[in-house]
Design a protein around this ligand. Sequence first.
Ligand code: ADP
Length: 623
Amino acid sequence: MSETATPETMGFQTEVRQLLQLMIHSLYSNKEIFLRELISNASDAADKLRFESLENAELLEDQPELAIRVEFDAKKGVLTVVDNGIGMSRDELIDNLGTIAKSGTSEFLQQMTGDEKQDTQLIGQFGVGFYSAFIVADKVVVESRRAGLQASEGVRWESAGEGEFTVSPLDKSDRGTTVSLHLKDSESEFADSYRLEALIKKYSDHIGFPVMLLDRAEADAEAKNVNSATALWTRPRADVTGDEYKEFYKHLSHDFADPMSWSHNRVEGKREYTSLLYIPANAPFDLWNRDVPRGLKLYVQRVFIMDDAEQFLPLYLRFVKGVVDSSDLPLNVSRELLQRNSDLDAMRGALTRRVLDMLHKLASGDEYQKFWDQFGQVLKEGFVEDSSNAEKLAKLMRFSTTQGDSGAQDQSLAAYVSRAADDQDKIYYLLADSYAAAKSSPHLEQLHQRNIEVILMYDHIDAWMMEHLKEFDGKELLDVSRGQLSLPDADGEITQSAMNDENKPLLKKMHRTLNERVEAVNVSQRLVDSAACVVAAEQDLTPQLRKMLEAAGQDIPASKPILEINIEHPLVKRLSGETEDQRFEALSNIIMDHALLAEGTALADPASYVQRMNNLLLEIDAS
Ligand code: ADP
């Protein structure tokens, strides 16, 4: 190898610079994981080469045996990870190791606090990777040549992990990538045979390629194979330890934390495949970005085919990580072919059920709450996307209810039902914009007084979900802010018109006054302390769903709410006795405005409201 041209200096993308800083500081106490990351990358590179060589066998050149070599030289303080995988061209190297393509990265990095413990967790959500090399090295040299390119098209990359890196051309006869870490003086432990062997065993035993260890300082040392080199999912379940499953997850996901749960299965029969599915402990930072590649890693007969095969699981399970290894898909399967393969539907259905079963098992333990806090919102999408599993999903939901006082979403529908009185045949819920708004909503007053528990929903997606979740355990789910509220009542249900009868003149007058703003004015069965509330007619959209659809740019036809008044309330009594038209009008409007404000709806004409209130306040002052 000889270098000729002078190296070209380039700056890291700002995000890379920030990430490097962070990586070095927040992962220092776990610094040894850099080796897992580098071996993982080497293994991915070998996978990719094997895949490309299916079409183009020449890529294998004279080296068909794929392997990874870890070499060290204690005297020089250098540790090198060598692979004969796919390698990188000059442009790829500059792109891959100089920029981060994930969108939302810079917003994400701004959340970093400087607090090591918190940032470590955040890094976990982002994914560790190549840059972790700089935790232990003050200089990293990457030499690479992409398979299929000429030896003269090799490239050398060097950086001290600060603002910049250099790139220069390189003659490299062997294809693949060599990553050399010039260890910091304090990190000489990583140029030690004993230590490296233990680390490789611990972190990389399950890699499907041999990992060889070589002491360069020893004159004619031979590289020694230190891992078992069998892809983990191909081994029988009984032979794999929990720690091995955890390590494999980290290799797969570049996550820093242990997974919460996993499920490893071999399916035989008409369709044969093995799957290994993981539930992560933490949501990745870009969980809500629907454009982020997601899905399982697909192998066919142990040959890596593609990352992020999204056809095997529905979108609402996008947090699941794992591998599926099929025995009967063709080796040349492409994303397009997967999309058109109707056989896949059955596999997708089975894998979906596996994940839901795994969650059901988790749901009976303490850890489920943690899962729910991380992924519950995504799971709710399932009602819309996958109605065939609605029943299973309903059991996995967790909510706040009027029983709790913290807003924690920790109650299942089953727990709610078990607490309900025998004559309660409905599950009551309320939609609001926030926990605080839900908790103090006037719609709850009557239910409160009767000691009826109500589920409080205030996540964005809830209104949408509730369009699809209509029943649980044979009980109807009922929105307490919509239509006539039917309560379990020994005297039977009173109809709205019967309730209105005695107050017809007041209701009529209010309706006439507020004609532009309300569909009807009714006597309320819901209220105890508040003067009024607005309710949606049975067939109307809830205000939450309306807001959601409007935010998504949909044109929603206007609909007027129903105003319900509390006939016992002093303000309503006062209104009832008001003979002066102008005051009646002002007071009616104020009652209406307050009902809207209480449910968190912005007033269409706030200035008029303020003026009416001011007039009223001045009157008090004058009297
Ligand atoms: P990640 O592996 O999570 O994508 P990294 O920062 O570790 O992130 O690596 C960035 C990219 O650099 C990889 O996606 C891969 O394309 C490329 N890369 C890293 N190491 C190697 C290697 N040994 N051989 C080929 N490509 C590599």
